[in-house]
Design a protein around this ligand. Sequence first.
Ligand code: PMT
Length: 399
Amino acid sequence: MLKGKHIILGITGGIAAYKSVSLLRLFVKAGAEVQVVITPAGKEFITPVTLSALSGRPVISEFFTANTGQWNSHVDIGLWADAMVIAPATASTIAKMACGVADNMLVTTYLSAKAPVFVAPAMDLDMMAHPTTQRNIDLLRSYGNHIIDSRAGELASHLVGKGRMAEPEEILAAVDAFFESSLTMKGLKVRVTAGPTYEKIDPVRFIGNYSSGKMGYAIADEAARRGADVTVVSGPVSVSPSEPGVKVVRVESAREMMEAARREFAEADVAVMAAAVADYAPAEQAQSKIKREGAEPPVIRLVKNPDIAAALGEVKRSGQTLVGFALETDHEMENAADKMRRKNLDMIVLNSLRDSGAGFGTDTNLVTMLTADGRSKRYDLKPKREVASDILDQICALR
Ligand code: PMT
């Protein structure tokens, strides 16, 4: 579950900091990207050189990088993260977190983070047992943080009792299990529109677009891998689902897609509108092939197609999550936010034709996800399968 996840590893000043190196290696081996944020005291126990070599990223400790004056943004790091893991968490850091004492990068990042936070306390047994520490830990738990309880055993003081940080393998397992349980889609009905629509001009010609269906089918496959009951309402494409359980309803025109999508949405928990629906269709369809010889070239009058996403947005019930895409060429963020509002979507996935490797036909995509609460997050260029996973992570987080 940790592959591709962004994890902030917060390290504070305790003997158990040496175990953070193993934890960092385990996260990296599991495929996560790790940003280490260490307190000044933490650096007394473990060197940033080791941590940055293993994570492949500069370690962040101060608000400014001394020699360049570069500002380390705790807000950006906090928003980047899928999870923050503070291991070891000393009594002092736990107290600062409980009371919001934002006097170092680690605590400011914690206060800015929107992602789930895991705290692995480590300290001497009497400090751990002290009512102040216990009350602070309870406070952190009451704020929704996940406490990975310390274990009993021999401590740095050679006393024996509770205060040893949980083993790195246990911490990794706790984070992994969290993602597994929060990202499962078992029991959910997920409906996806995919591909283009073809709007007939005559029996041999149509108005269409370049959508291959890859993005929509990747979402359907990923939802099926997460245990959802999945149906794709698909325009004409040559791709097919790779997961056996995915059902496909094939349609051709926007009107047919509208009819199928309405039917499917009635029972959906989640609907993702990844299709590139033609906005216009010929007002009339010639019953026989329009001939080239003879008359003047025909003038094709167009009429507006129904807006499927907007129609579903109008009938959306509480408990249903409706997600759209925005394919833009300019003023991307404004247009996407506007579409999300107009169509009553919970989230919109923006892809821009100005980004190479993004949009139609490619095996990759580069997206920014905007949610109805005004937040947005830009992702790197990735294979569509991984983009699908990011989209479903966000959907699970919204529900
Ligand atoms: O299929 P691929 O080759 O993999 O390419 C993927 C993709 C580029 C098609 C996909 O990532 C994407 O962006 N799909 C939406 C394309 C689009 O039509 O965007 P739009 O900005 O015009 O529409 C906004 C939203 O309204 C979309 O969710 C669209 O499905 C929906 N819509 C639009 C028009 C319409 N008449 N009915 C709709 O439901």
